[in-house]
Design a protein around this ligand. Sequence first.
Ligand code: NAD
Length: 480
Amino acid sequence: MKKVTIARGDGIGPEIMDAVLRILNAAGAAIEWEEIAIGEQVYLSGNTSGITPEAWESIRKNKVFLKAPITTPQGGGYKSLNVTMRKALGLFANIRPCVSYYPFIATRHPDMDVVIIRENEEDLYAGIEHQQTDEVVQCLKLISRPGSEKIIRYAFEYARLYKRKKVSCFVKDNIMKHTDGLFHEVFREVAAEYPDIATDSWIIDIGAARLADTPEIFDVIVTSNLYGDVISDIGAQISGSVGLAGSANIGQACAMFEAIHGSAPDISGKNIANPSGLLKAAVMMLNHIGQSEVAEKVENAWACAIEEGLHTADIFREGTSKVLLGTREFADAVVERLGQQPKKLETQHFARDFTFRIPGYERKVPAKKVLRGVDIFVDWKGKDPSELAMRLQTLNNGIELTMITNRGVKVWPNGFEETFCTDHWRCRFERPAAQAAEEVDKRFIPQILEKAVVEDIDVIKLENLYEFDGKRGYSLGQGQ
Ligand code: NAD
């Protein structure tokens, strides 16, 4: 008997959780449920994280968590519990299958069957933001080799296990050559270890457009956090209804399963919510804990009810639907069909031998790292960058100012008058050309900072410029 933590959540949460538990228990899931309280009541009791230490303990002990949607109160500095949980529990992979159930549920994409696998911990969601000047704020985009390798390997393992044919990588490395470039490079490396699976790569903009237009050309998509967040909602929406999709958040130790929709306060307590999203999440959970036969039984019974036109209000359409059911009655219909096989809908993706292991990351031999210079970012209210250059240039200590940019565009030397400048400037210091082959002496850096203090120029940030095994580890300025 496996112990699983559950939370009934807020709004429609308790209704859909009751429906799901009834179906799972009737299907013979060998699970003992341990209930915790999270969400609105916990927030409003003064706990800004929305979760108590006892609830954490239950999740960390049982390692598997089925969660109904919760309401995050507006204002008041309440932290998103989902983001907190993903990060605190190391749930690095977000898996969201987007499948259409044509002709039983209306969709423009009858053949859609895409699984979106989104990195869940880093990228712009690392939550590292700073205001640096009056005019400029910054959010750090962090892409790591271990983070990329884990999620990409997960996508290939998933594809292999669920007999998927292709993994597509979505990036924007034509612009972000280092961050998205690393993700893409790791994708190519890992792909080479899975010759049985086809691959392709898409720039996120055209990839998202094709996903919205012709989703049937995709199979598994792997991408970083922000892009994944956006395209997984597009995917769920165009497959038929956001009320039908479940998602899994998987880590090395723990896993959390939930519907993708929210707590729907507008329909709460009316027995009209569709429990399918949470049920799909529960099916993923059953597979995850090795109870694939129960998963298949539940999925088949659900598909039978959908095929027979037994629909909740959100998917009910004259013509395709037959009987309008409430949440409880829909759950009853699924229970009654346990053991039956659907006639048309395919209920694929069931892995009987649950051998899914994510290999741990092995650190590579460190590259030879050589300091080539430094970027000093300053808050300066002047207008003419040559004045800033003059004030910082006079060091003459074996490192020289080679470029000033404003929001990445080169404005000195030889900038354009047309370039709009904010109060946020990057001053790049490098070896003079004649000594370029020599490594920069680190002691030059504090000397530049001291010079800035003397000149009353506010240094807001500093980035060292490194070469790794002879490869430049920083971008050039636009126009450099
Ligand atoms: P929502 O997903 O709750 O609702 C959007 C619309 O879809 C509503 O009209 C709702 O009635 C409908 N809907 C959603 N689920 C349905 C279902 N199962 N059956 C039938 N109709 C359904 O999004 P929202 O209104 O933007 O957010 C409401 C609350 O949910 C907010 O407090 C938000 O913070 C929270 N939320 C929680 C989660 C989560 O816990 N994972 C996710 C998203 C939003």
